[in-house]
Design a protein around this ligand. Structure first.
Ligand SMILES: [Zn+2]
Length: 87
């Protein structure tokens, strides 16, 4: 039997556009599980093209650093947060 119980059934992603300072939040319809940290840190969720689409539905060029992400569960626990000086 698999033991990869999700850390959260759903969570809220706070995305900040560093060019405007605007932050938007969106509730996921997917779980935060073991691989989610990698997804946001290194995977598809780390790229500005996907983060921009997540932010307001608009496509952005690929890159890193424009959008910052913070994931929080319903108990207020931070599941993932970009490193302060991630390059
Ligand atoms: Zn991309």
């Amino acid at each position: 039997m698999s033991n990869d119980k999700p850390l959260a059934e759903t969570y809220i992603v706070y995305t900040t556009d560093t060019t405007t300072g605007e932050t938007r939040s969106l509730r996921t319809d997917f779980e935060f599980h073991e691989g989610s940290d990698y997804f946001w840190r290194e995977g598809n969720g780390s790229c500005d093209c996907n983060r921009g689409a997540w932010f307001d539905g608009r496509k952005r060029p690929c890159g890193e650093g424009r959008f910052r992400v913070r994931c929080i569960d319903d108990a207020g626990t931070v599941l993932y947060e970009d490193a302060e000086d991630s390059a």
